[in-house]
Design a binder for this molecule. Structure first.
Ligand code: ABU
Length: 518
């Protein structure tokens, strides 16, 4: 049997066995019951997967926290130091086990800390096969199947966004920040192709627009691309965190009056903290009337396009010139998996092409348009597509839709509980649109204080202190942050379909326990 066939059939089972092994008891290997059912028909040993499903019990810790100096000093036979002589296989297994043990189980159903979470066994198998193939996405010569898989995925994602079959282009790249950076790079090149050879000195002073709740990668990209963070105009949002279209209009007019040249607007579909969706159609109208590039950062919200119940929240995304969509967030694909989708075909290649002759020879014995590496700002590019493709095969589009629905149902359940319980206050009253739920825990000592600066000062300290205790105990993990005038509050996000309502009840009870004496 050819090696690749042998590998393919064994990889899924190996991943199952790997995840089932005692040595990896710190991992939660599967998704929800729904995901299990979606997965069941796709592998040759459903009995094993069933066992994995039964392992989804939050009986172990989310993390076993140690300070950096403790890990550096070494713990119970676990040392980070590099030896001169080879270690034994037994020691390597201990090293693997302890790396997971002292890390964080982001697949745990009580890990609510990050937008990317969960652990999908088919995704793990995909990552494993990818590493075994150990190849590079720059040419068809070395990645024939993966490049065609990328083409199939990008086409499918563009059609889900709502673009016509003959429109569009795209790339998978390392994370949402880089996807957003591509969007600005392409917008600038679209309006000013001379920038590629003559640089920013040949251009007028450009201005770009993004909301106060948008991701910091927009400003970071402006810095990287030589546009400058001062030329990123931050537009006001409403109470819910959505950009105010009239404020965008005013900002564009003000920038023009100051002699700046607007060229780009970033709209967000699913903001990082509030999970807000900007009004895409209103933004598209403004972009159309001023001839501006409209980008939609749907890194977080893009997953909702997979759900018939929720995709209307992104109405207007089809009018964008480019879209960022991270399947490693809401779709539960193992990190990293992020796409930049571009409506104008050929722009990526024109903008980034340099034609290195040692890679992109034009006289190769196949259709060299499949050598897509010159579209990228990287040379070497990791294969991020196979795990997504394999998961899509295993679940179908409907399976992803069910996962998304489950996560948003969890968010609604948490929202309902917070409304019922007097120990908590919601940061904004509206029902969640995405899976983000933002709230304060009010300890007994603060409950009778009147609103004002003294209460705010004390409340600001509550979330970080609870988080510290939570990390020491390791029972659950949730993030916090201040935002604008709001003092530190918890942000709970759901992207792991393994999370059940009892995990949400546990979270709230645990916060009450950990914070009762504050
Ligand atoms: N790129 C945004 C990730 C933020 C988060 O996971 O909380």
């Amino acid at each position: 049997m050819p090696f690749s066939h042998h590998f393919c059939s064994n990889t899924l089972l190996s991943a199952v066995q790997y995840c089932s092994a005692d040595a990896h008891e710190g991992m939660v290997p599967v998704c929800s019951n729904t995901a299990f059912r979606q997965t069941e028909g796709a592998v040759s040993n459903p009995e094993k997967l069933k066992n994995l499903y039964e392992l989804v019990e939050p009986a172990f810790k989310v993390l076993d926290f140690h300070h950096p100096h403790q890990l550096k000093e070494g713990l119970e036979g676990f040392s980070l130091d590099l030896p001169d002589q080879p270690e034994t296989l037994e020691q390597l297994l201990v090293d693997c086990r302890d790396t997971l043990k002292y890390g964080v189980s982001t697949g745990h159903p009580r890990f609510f800390n990050q937008l990317s979470s969960g652990l999908d066994v088919i995704g793990v198998a995909g990552e494993w096969l990818t590493s075994t193939a150990n190849t590079n996405m720059f040419t068809y010569e070395v990645s024939p199947v993966f490049l065609l898989i990328e083409e199939v995925l990008l086409k499918k994602m563009r059609s889900i966004v709502g673009w016509a079959d003959d429109e569009g282009d795209g790339l998978f790249c390392p994370g949402g920040t880089i996807s957003n950076l591509y969007s600005i790079l392409l917008a600038r090149y679209h309006f000013y192709p001379e920038v590629k050879t003559r640089g920013m000195g040949a251009l007028p002073r450009l201005a770009m627009f993004t909301s106060e709740h948008s991701h910091y990668s927009v400003k970071k990209s402006a810095a990287v691309l030589g546009i400058g963070t001062e030329n990123v105009v931050v537009v006001k949002c409403d109470e819910r965190g959505k950009i105010i279209p009239a404020a965008l209009e005013t900002s564009i007019a003000t920038a023009k009056e100051k002699g700046l040249v607007p060229f780009y607007v970033n709209a967000t579909a699913g903001t990082t903290v509030y999970g807000a969706f900007d009004p895409l159609n209103a933004i598209a109208d403004i972009c159309h009337s001023h001839t501006l590039w409209m980008h939609v950062d749907a890194a977080w919200g893009g997953g909702l396009l997979m759900s018939d119940r929720h995709r209307m929240k992104l109405q207007g995304i089809e009018r964008a010139c480019s879209v960022t969509w991270n399947p490693h967030k809401m779709m539960g694909v193992p990190l990293q998996c992020s796409a930049i989708l571009v409506k104008k075909r050929g722009l990526l290649q024109e903008c980034n092409k340099l034609g290195a002759q040692y890679l992109f020879q034009m006289d190769k014995p196949y259709d060299v348009s499949y050598d897509t590496g010159d579209k990228s700002i990287q040379c070497g590019r990791h294969v991020d597509v196979f795990k997504l493709w394999l998961m899509w095969k295993a679940k179908g589009s409907d399976g992803f839709g069910s996962q998304v629905n489950k996560c948003l149902e969890n968010a609604e359940y948490l929202y309902d509980q917070l409304q019922k319980r007097t120990e908590f206050e919601l940061v904004f009253k509206n029902k969640p649109e995405h899976s983000n739920v933002c709230f304060w825990y009010i300890p007994p000592s603060l409950r009778s204080l009147p609103p004002g600066s003294d209460r705010d000062r004390r409340l600001h300290q509550v979330a970080p202190r609870i988080k510290g205790r939570m990390m020491e105990k390791g029972s659950v993990l949730i993030g916090y942050q201040p935002l604008g005038t709001k003092v530190n509050f918890f942000r709970c996000v759901f992207s792991n379909p393994a999370t059940q309502q009892e995990d949400i009840d546990f979270l709230l009870d645990e916060i009450c326990k950990l914070g009762a004496d504050l």
